[in-house]
Every structure is written in structure tokens, then in C-alpha cells.
Write a protein that binds this ligand. Structure first.
Ligand code: FAD
Length: 413
């Protein structure tokens, strides 16, 4: 990984193979997937990511499903990470004490068994591990902090100019700049958007009883509360609530907040005794109207954002990154122009079914669990019971949601 040495630009335009806007988890994973491709990749990141610490740990946490953990292992990233294994998941709602339970033995297939359903990682640790993996690679460059002043789509290439006058050009620019993507806006791509009128409160907490690698999710009429297992007996909470309630909960002192948290979560882990700093993130469902345009592709949250109730946002983004990288590598191999729509459309067609299916499920789950229609709580209870007793179907459902049934892109397989 190299850094730019300041020089007199004198109108010089640096030619690279792929430009990437945004070096978050998805942008960096995309660069990792291209590290051995021989292509010159330049990422432009506008700022150092700020880490939000709560009880001494980043409270921006992601559940990485098994299929994606395997991809990160294939890329050489996983050895730099210490994820907390999630062996089991318990889901219930406030009207039915029984709920549903998913255990790691249920995803075993033939002779293959697994250690975990997925792993919890701190976002800042995943980013650091991705950067560490890229360190030996001179073909990958990260310009940070850097602000793009202008982007122009010209014949056969796209050109950007940074605020300091530095110019770069490439056959393709990739937008990995998050939900409020600047690049998407410059390309005049609109979004289908759904404002949940909710925010997710995140914080780290310490319960009295050890979590034993179990992730808990309680659905309430006002939104889900997830309690995710982390190192040192801590749990990371993601508590989605409608905005007026979020304001109220955020205004409480720690004692008041713990009181409400204990009441909502119940006694599964004993009393929750300590809470660190809290932050609230507005929740929006969003899908870009186009994933690709000539010489442009969107990945990660720039392409789609989903409700965090199943913790799948970055997982979808990582799969975008792998598939796009694979299409670019294949195009290079067969002498194709990877900024051309014939190549980019292949990426779009491969990704849309997964994106739409995950977005659709999240929307459905959100509606089912927050709707107050008469009779729905009973149906919900019956549904959970039916899935819980469904044997082979439950196992298939779990293998699908852990990403194990999806094909692994070639260069990382
Ligand atoms: C409360 C909450 C909990 C979540 N939990 C989970 C979970 O458990 N599992 C999961 O899979 N997902 C989860 N998600 C979703 C996950 O956080 C996102 O899907 C993920 O962060 C998207 O990564 P990204 O790299 O696409 O975008 P981002 O993380 O937004 O990164 C974008 C990067 O681009 C940079 N950037 C932006 N604009 C510019 C510009 N103009 N120029 C240069 N750089 C720019 C930013 O500085 C940033 O570094 C959760 C989300 C929320 C809100």
C-alpha cells in the first residue's frame, strides 16, 4: 500500500486502473479482492474514521456471517482479526415467551460442521485488518484525507480532481462512499428510499451472566433490541426505536437508561449492570435506482442501506465488493474494458437477486414485528413456532442467511 508523495502536478493526470471513492469496510474489502490482480487501484477517503468507544471498545459492531468470514479468510484478512464467535441465536417477541432458537449444529451439512454461525467484529478492527492486509501491495494506494472537487465522465475514462489540484483518471470509478454517497449524487442517480422514522441506539453493556456466545434479539412493537456477544463478557446493543423514544432514551442518565434496557430485554442475562457511551444512528432503507452507469459502479451502502435488524448491511456490501472485483479481473483476463456497461451489467445482474431478497426480507420482518394489526401477534407466534419445528427447512433457511449457499467468488475461493 503506498501513499502519495506531494509533488508539482503541472497539469499531469495520474492514470490508474480503478478509482474508488470511500475507504470504509466495503471500499477496503474491494481493494483487498484486487490486491493480486496487477491492477492499480487508488482509493480516495475524505477523513480518518472516528472510532466511537463505549466501555473501552468500539461500539460500531458488525455481525459477519459465516460465508463472509470465509471470504475474509480467503483474502488473508481474517488472521488479523479476533472476532467473537456467535454459536447460537435466540429471537423472541414481547408477546410470546417461547420464540425461536438457531444453533450452529443446525447448519452442518454432510461431513462439514462449523464452529460458529458468524462472528462479531468491531468495525474499526475490521478496517484496520483490511488496511494491514493491503500494506505489502504497492498497486493499492489510499489517499487520505483527500477531498474530490470534481468528477467528469469523459470518452473512455473518468477523471477526478482533488481539492489540491491533483488529477487522476481511470476506466472505472467505484462508489463505496456510504449511504449518502457523493459520487451517486454526482452521477445523478436517485434512490428508492424508506424512512423508518427510527434510529438505532448503540452502546456496549455488561450483563451479570456470561453470554456464552449467544446473540439475543427481542422484538417489541416499537422495534428490535439486539444484544450481541463481545469480548470480555461485554455485549453490544443495537436498540431500534421510533425517533421520539430515541430522544427520550438518549436523554436519560445511565441509571435511567439501564432501568429501561433491563425492562425491555428481560432477565435472560441477569441484570445489565453497566452501560458505556451511547450513540444513535438514523435508520433508512435505501436502494440506488441504478447500480451501474457507464464507467461507474456502486457498492455497499452507496448502493443499498437496510434496517440493521438482522445485521446484514455490511455483509451485502462485502458480497458486492467480491463480485465486482471478480468481474473486473475476468474482464482484464479476456481483454475487455472493465468500465464498459457489458461488464458492469454482469455485476448488476449477479448482485440484484441477493440485494432484493435481503432488502425484501428486512422490510417484511420490520412490518411483521412493528405492525399492530389485530391478530398479527398470534400469527407471528405461530410463524416462529412453525420455523422452529421445521427441521430441514430451518437448516436451509439458516444456511441461506449465513451466506453459505452463495457461490464464493473465484479469486478468493
Ligand atoms: C446501528 C447499526 C448497526 C449495524 N449493524 C450491522 C451488523 O451487525 N452487520 C452488518 O452487516 N451491518 C450492520 N450495519 C450496517 C453497516 O454498518 C453498513 O452496511 C456499513 O457500514 C456500510 O459500509 P460501507 O463501507 O459501504 O459504507 P460506510 O461505512 O458508510 O463507509 C463509507 C466511507 O466513505 C467515506 N466517504 C464518504 N463520502 C466520501 C467522499 N465524498 N469522498 C471520499 N470518501 C468519502 C466515509 O468517510 C467512509 O469511510 C449496521 C448499521 C447501523 C446503523
Amino acid at each position: 500500500m503506498s501513499a502519495r508523495i506531494d509533488k508539482e502536478f503541472n497539469g499531469h493526470i495520474e492514470q490508474v486502473d480503478v478509482l474508488v471513492v470511500g475507504a470504509g469496510m466495503v471500499g477496503l474489502a474491494f481493494a483487498c479482492a484486487l490486491k493480486d490482480s496487477g491492477l492499480r487501484v487508488t482509493l480516495i477517503e475524505r477523513g480518518e474514521t472516528s472510532v466511537f468507544e463505549s466501555l473501552g471498545m468500539d461500539c460500531r459492531v458488525s455481525a459477519i456471517v459465516l460465508g463472509n468470514q470465509q471470504i475474509l479468510e480467503g483474502l488473508g484478512v481474517w488472521k488479523h482479526l479476533h472476532g467473537e464467535a456467535m454459536h447460537s441465536m435466540r429471537i423472541w417477541d414481547d408477546q410470546h415467551p417461547g420464540g425461536i432458537r438457531f444453533d450452529v449444529d443446525e447448519i452442518a451439512s454432510g461431513d462439514t460442521s462449523y464452529d460458529a454461525l458468524g462472528y462479531l467484529v468491531q468495525n474499526s478492527h475490521l478496517q484496520a485488518a483490511l488496511k494491514k492486509t493491503l500494506l505489502p501491495y504497492d498497486n493499492i494506494e489510499i489517499l487520505c484525507p483527500a477531498t474530490i472537487a470534481k468528477v467528469e465522465w469523459l470518452s473512455g475514462h473518468v477523471q477526478i480532481e482533488l481539492e489540491d489540484g491533483y488529477k487522476l483518471a481511470a476506466p472505472l470509478i467505484v462508489g463505496a462512499d456510504g449511504g449518502r454517497s457523493w459520487l451517486r449524487e454526482q452521477a445523478d442517480i436517485g434512490v428508492y428510499s424508506r424512512d423508518y422514522k427510527q434510529s438505532g441506539i448503540v452502546a456496549n453493556v455488561r450483563p451479570m451472566i456470561p453470554h456464552h456466545g449467544i446473540a439475543f434479539q427481542r422484538f417489541t412493537a416499537s422495534g428490535p433490541l439486539a444484544m450481541l456477544p463481545m469480548k470480555d463478557g461485554l455485549c453490544s446493543i443495537v436498540w431500534s426505536q421510533f425517533n421520539p423514544d430515541v430522544e427520550r432514551l438518549m436523554a436519560l442518565d445511565d441509571m435511567g437508561f439501564l432501568e429501561e434496557l433491563n425492562l425491555t430485554f428481560g432477565p435472560m442475562l441477569g441484570r445489565i449492570e453497566e452501560v458505556g457511551k451511547r450513540a444513535a444512528f438514523p435508520l433508512k432503507g435505501q436502494l440506488a435506482m441504478h447500480l451501474v452507469r457507464p464507467r461507474l459502479a456502486l457498492i455497499g451502502d452507496a448502493a443499498h442501506s437496510i434496517h440493521p435488524l438482522a445485521g446484514l448491511g455490511v455483509n451485502l456490501g462485502l458480497r458486492d465488493a467480491m463480485v465486482l472485483a471478480q468481474e473486473i479481473v475476468d474482464a482484464k483476463k479476456y481483454g475487455e474494458d472493465w468500465g464498459d456497461m457489458s461488464v458492469l451489467n454482469r455485476y448488476m445482474k449477479l448482485r440484484m437477486p441477493d440485494i432484493l431478497s435481503v432488502m425484501g426480507s428486512m422490510e417484511g420482518l420490520h412490518r411483521i414485528f412493528t405492525s399492530q394489526l389485530p391478530g398479527l401477534p398470534i400469527l407471528r407466534g405461530l410463524g416462529m413456532k412453525a420455523v422452529g419445528n421445521a427441521g430441514a427447512m430451518k437448516s436451509l433457511l439458516m444456511r441461506n442467511s449465513t451466506g453459505l449457499t452463495l457461490p464464493v467468488p473465484k479469486q478468493v475461493g
